[in-house]
Design a protein around this ligand. Structure first.
Ligand code: C2O
Ligand code: CU
Length: 494
């Protein structure tokens, strides 16, 4: 079985210049009584550092052109002793971090070595429509064994990600981070960690789970507890929740020094799980969501739905701390360690105090002035009524299950207001392709988002500047809900 590269720790642009200085080797106390102490510290020779250096070396000066090769293929992996077959980008779980500068011409030569057709979607990027990677909407799926070159210019810096957009492939492992830097913006942090959260099936494929959901008349989650914000956060209890592709028994370790200010870029890549994220012993200062800056706000925990991203700055204490992502309403968690000094690692099932209380959500955020969408009366108001349920397992928008749909139409230059109204008892993290909307507020303070949790019974109004013509899918980022129909098309007409 090939040894899997271990994507524990990533480094910032600036830190790369002083590699070796920032990652002091720290002794790990051997007396620690954890069953499996498999912390793997990083250094300049880590796979991450090498991959980063290589990807940057291939870039022309002035951010003109960046090229990546990306290959999807089935691979056997071992997660803390549990073996399964995954579908991976470049043999890594999650896929490699693709890191570019804003305005770069990015070309990704993608090779499909899966036994199935696929596409790659660049989540959150205001991309040109025909590079958006949505099967049968923006491109024909790439057949097994064939190639496709994605070619795009990311117009906004921030934390984005990429994933397959075909059927239920994502939960097999086809996702990774896409970080867009702004070389002109000062980085006011010392180190940076990309945190990819996911839910993981060990003995079934997502398609098998989907078939079960569709055929079963039983409650698929009899042991579920109710999430704090009401309703159900997910439909499936998973055997494992992963943080950077690693289970709690074999956690990633983020190494830094006490007093350092570090940036966590947190991405929820899971199929069916909202996470509540906290770092034991620390407060988090949220600075961005979905790649767009917000007025910084302090919190002890963040609720992050599927497809969402949150960036948070933390000033680190001295010691070893649990980074916990509690699977909302599922009684289990993803886990990693943040180590700045000596000490025994906390138990992987630890529940830090920071998880208590109401987590930060979109309602606590205000857009940074630089990215506010100036308030304007909408030219058109569009309704996406979210419906459906578990029995039968069908999820709809405006009473239709995709691929059946009636497009929501808009003209270029219009300001559209899209109302996502949740008539169900479940969370739906709703995502719009090709645009970063603003949460509608009379004073224009709403944060910019491309994915937003719509709670049961709630309506979220998204203001959209219609400046990117094409046919754009909008859908629930719960992959089972998408597969069961919760999608429609936001369609530019002339
Ligand atoms: Cu993150 Cu339509 O996807
Ligand atoms: Cu949903």
């Amino acid at each position: 079985m090939p040894r899997r590269p271990r994507p524990d720790v990533q480094i910032s642009r600036r830190q790369a210049l002083r590699l070796g200085a920032g990652v002091a080797a720290l002794g790990v106390a051997s007396a620690c009584s954890i069953t499996r102490n498999t912390e793997s510290p990083i250094g300049p020779d880590s796979p991450q550092a090498r991959a980063f250096a290589q990807s940057k070396a291939r870039q022309f000066p002035l951010g003109k052109r960046v090229e990546f090769d990306l290959r999807a293929r089935p691979e056997d992996i071992d997660l803390g002793g549990v073996r399964s077959t995954a579908w991976l980008y470049d043999g890594q779980l999650p896929g490699p971090i693709l890191r570019v500068d804003v305005g770069d011409r990015v070309r990704v030569l993608f090779r499909n070595r899966l036994p199935d057709e696929t596409t790659v979607h660049w989540h959150g990027i205001a991309i040109r429509n025909y590079m958006d990677g949505v099967p049968d909407v923006t491109q024909s799926p790439i057949p097994a064994g064939e190639e496709f070159t994605y070619d795009f210019i990311p117009p906004d810096p921030g934390t984005f990600w990429y994933h397959t957009h075909v059927d239920l492939q994502r939960g097999r492992g086809l996702y990774g981070a896409l970080i867009v830097d702004d070389p002109r913006a000062p980085e006011n942090w010392d180190a940076e960690f990309v945190v990819v959260l996911s839910d993981w099936l060990t003995s079934r494929t997502p398609s098998q789970v989907f078939d079960h959901l569709r055929s079963s008349t039983m409650d698929p989650m009899p042991e579920m507890s109710s999430p704090a914000l009401g309703g159900d956060a997910g439909d499936v209890n998973y055997p494992m929740y992963l943080l950077n592709g690693r289970p709690p028994v074999d956690p990633a370790t983020f190494m830094a020094r006490p007093g350092q200010r570090v940036l966590f870029r947190i991405i929820n890549a899971s199929d069916d799980t909202a996470f509540r994220v906290a770092l034991g012993g620390h407060r988090l200062t949220v600075t961005q969501t979905d790649g767009f800056p917000v007025q910084p706000v302090d919190t002890s925990s963040i609720l992050i739905g599927m497809g969402e991203r949150y960036d948070a700055l933390v000033s680190l204490q001295d010691g070893v701390f649990p980074l916990v992502a509690a699977a909302e309403g599922k009684g289990a968690q993803a886990f990693a360690l943040v180590r700045t000094g000596a000490g025994c690692p906390p138990n992987p099932i630890v529940a830090p105090d920071e998880l208590r209380g109401r987590p930060l959500t979109v309602t606590d955020l205000n857009a940074d002035d630089a990215v506010r969408l100036p308030p304007r009366e909408p030219d058109t108001t569009l309704l996406a009524a979210l419906g459906g349920g578990m029995n039968p397992y069908i999820w709809t928008i405006n009473e239709q299950a995709y691929p059946e749909y009636t497009p929501l139409t808009v003209r270029e230059g219009q300001r559209a207001r899209l109302l996502y109204t949740n008539n169900t008892t479940m969370y739906h993290p709703m995502h719009l392709h090709g645009h970063t909307f603003a949460i509608a507020r009379p004073d224009g303070s709403g944060p910019r988002k491309d994915t937003v949790i719509v709670l049961p019974g709630q309506t979220v109004a998204a203001d959209i500047e219609a400046d990117n013509p094409g046919q754009w899918i909008t859908h629930c980022h719960n992959d089972y809900h998408l597969a069961a129909g919760m999608a429609t098309i936001f369609s530019y007409v002339s």
